[in-house]
Write a protein that binds this ligand. Structure first.
Ligand SMILES: NC(=O)c1ccc[n+]([C@@H]2O[C@H](COP(=O)([O-])OP(=O)(O)OC[C@H]3O[C@@H](n4cnc5c(N)ncnc54)[C@H](O)[C@@H]3O)[C@@H](O)[C@H]2O)c1
Length: 341
């Protein structure tokens, strides 16, 4: 049994926490860590966990903790991952992996040096439909991939901590890094150039103090293998959670994603209605479970993880290039002088 500590007991932390506290074979939720005592106790009570750590050091010293899931705000990922690796803990780190390329490289190096697993939280790669689409592409059914279009629209108004793009990396990081990973994964190629256009349409609170803040972004991309990409990201759309991908090939097209919450359609005199997907928490619930299960499998069997630090690094590189493109209003080439594959 792999003893797991979830570090950060907020929205995403609780999804992982519920998985490890539940039926997931081969793992048990050993502890929770969060400096916010109220959040910690509330989460631990719900999950039935006795070990409640406010300080990371306690996690590192706990011999019953074999692996950690890092689900804190992104700015803390680097330091926590490096310390956990040095303490010999295997790591599942939520996306975005870190703030910049150097932080990602430091994390990869620490995990390699200490021979621990490092998996990055692109849970869509574990979603049944996303996986099936990947298999269809690999079968050659649609020929060569020409264009990957990936869209994520979130219903909620952005949190104020995201307003300062220099500190948060903004919606390209927090929302669209899943789409960037979809471009990378489905095209089978790294991205070589991006051009992004962004604006603030729904977040009036940010306008005065943070004129650079955007809640809507489109980004076109050129891939190293010649295929094309398009990311469409929006926050605060209110109508629901919308995540769809289209992969156009030389011989066909694949559509991934659904917008209906249930397979229920109401028909009345007023018309036809079906509830729209409300949250990533419901749409990708099974994908998170599968992600956690595969992470434990990789630890138990000492096999490679499916989403690596290099995948996380790639998305961070593209996020940073995209933000530069928005600021400089021009296409940005993504240089890879340093380690990449
Ligand atoms: N895979 C996904 O689709 C997905 C979805 C949501 C969030 N995330 C990622 O997960 C991370 C957390 O996001 P969230 O929405 O759950 O945030 P959140 O604000 O809901 O929760 C973060 C929690 O971390 C705690 N925390 C802060 N600093 C900490 C530290 N140093 N050590 C331990 N705990 C600390 C906070 O007290 C809070 O309880 C972010 O990197 C985010 O991008 C990923």
């Amino acid at each position: 049994m792999i003893g797991v500590c979830v570090i950060g007991s907020g929205r995403a932390g609780m999804i992982h926490g519920r998985n490890f506290a539940g039926k997931l074979r081969g793992a048990r939720l050993e502890a929770l860590c969060d400096p916010n005592k109220e959040a910690l106790n509330q989460a631990a009570d719900e999950l039935g966990v006795e070990k409640r750590y406010a300080d990371l050091q306690q996690v590192l010293e706990d011999q019953a903790v074999d692996a950690v899931v890092v689900v804190t705000p992104t700015v803390f990922h680097r330091d926590i991952v490096i310390k956990a690796a040095q303490a010999g803990k295997h790591i599942l780190c939520e996306k975005p992996m870190a703030m910049n390329e150097q932080e990602c490289l430091d994390m990869i190096e620490a995990c390699e040096e200490n021979q621990v697993k490092l998996q990055i939280g692109f849970m869509r790669r574990f979603d049944e439909s996303f996986r099936y689409a990947k298999k269809r592409i690999e079968s050659g059914e649609i020929g060569e991939v020409v264009l990957v279009k990936s869209l994520t629209h979130g219903p909620s108004i952005p949190q104020p901590w995201m307003y300062d793009i220099k500190k948060s990396n903004g919606p390209l990081a927090e929302v669209s890094s899943h789409d960037i990973d979809a471009l990378h994964w489905y095209s089978g190629s790294y991205l070589s150039e991006v051009y992004a256009v962004a604006g603030n349409y729904r977040s009036p609170d940010a306008v005065q103090e943070y004129p650079d803040f955007y809640d809507n972004v489109i980004m076109t991309a050129r891939c190293l293998n010649g295929s094309q990409g398009l990311v469409d990201g929006a926050q605060g759309v209110l109508y629901g959670y919308d995540s769809r991908v289209e992969i156009l090939g030389t011989k066909g097209i694949i559509h991934v994603g659904r917008s209906n919450q249930h397979s229920v359609v109401s028909v009345t005199q007023e018309g036809i209605s079906t509830p729209f997907v409300s949250s990533w928490r419901t749409l990708f619930l099974d994908a998170y479970y599968e992600e956690d299960r595969c992470f434990i499998d990789a630890v138990v069997n000492d096999t490679p993880v499916e989403v690596t630090g290099l995948d996380g690094l790639e998305a961070v590189r593209v996020v940073n290039a995209g933000n530069r493109s928005i600021t400089e209003r021009c296409p940005v080439r993504i240089e890879r002088e340093r380690r990449t594959v």
